[in-house]
Design a binder for this molecule. Sequence first.
Ligand SMILES: [Zn+2]
Length: 324
Amino acid sequence: MTDSENYVYAGIDIGGTNIKYGLVDREGRIIHREQRPTMVEKGPKVLMHLVTNIAERLLLHAAEEELTVKWLGVGTPGAVDARTGVVIGPCPNIEGWQGMEIGSTLSERLNMPVYVDNDANLVALAEARFGAAIGSNSVVCVTIGTGIGGGIVIDGQVWRGASHSAAELGHISICYSGPRCGCGRNGCVEAYCSSGAIIERARAKLKKGSTPVFDALLDGDLEKLTIKKLFTANKKHDSVARETLNETASYLAVGLAGVVNLINPETVVIGGGVADGGGGFVDAVAREVRERAFDSAVKDLRIVKASLGNDAGFIGAGLLGEKY
Ligand SMILES: [Zn+2]
């Protein structure tokens, strides 16, 4: 293997709570992995210093291990102009982050190419290259957690759209007069399927009549309800937990069926905390997408659970400079 082929991927995934970063070899094996709290409360300037510091230490670590890094990839919440590496959309979880020139700040400091993209796009890229959708030419990825993220990868490349706003799966409206979403619009998938929306729906059901499982889990205090407790109740076959998660799967499937009709992908990947914790959730979504989308669009469709977990963001970031 020549030196020019013997390089590793270096990626940083900036999240609202933690920054995850690492080095990955070209077969997708993680060589090095770390994480640090994002410290959003200290403001965007400090966060940019932190990201720069992490990048320098990551490159230093690679150098110490005699690993070649040819570029750095960075994922961030919010819409990103991938040509300039500037955050162009609002980031509700990181106040003041919109407008941050991540790409130029880092490339000047590190003296190497730096690629920046939206975090959900990078999860899709990583799953398509090394994860649950390996081998598929067209991949739609959706992550269900505090928010709903989406990414589309076609022929190994992220589909970003005309103005870097493609694949906002969470903000497809499934009901024009539906509940108000955090984005200010009505009936978005996120307004039904985010962990907050799921908890709220379960709470409303429990107000009408609690169950023995939730009585034991919550001590009669509905404010103690969390998504983890809902998953625990579901594992104990609780009827309210089961019904709430089944509804969530149906709402998501309505949105996804439209996406499947539009894109006709080979593989749909479903990830995030709700896919991991809600036993049988992915199967329930898959069943309903197959019923709702066109037969010809689902004939060969694979609907699978994400396989890279929390590492997907920095793995996808590292892949950004790769040309296929
Ligand atoms: Zn919305």
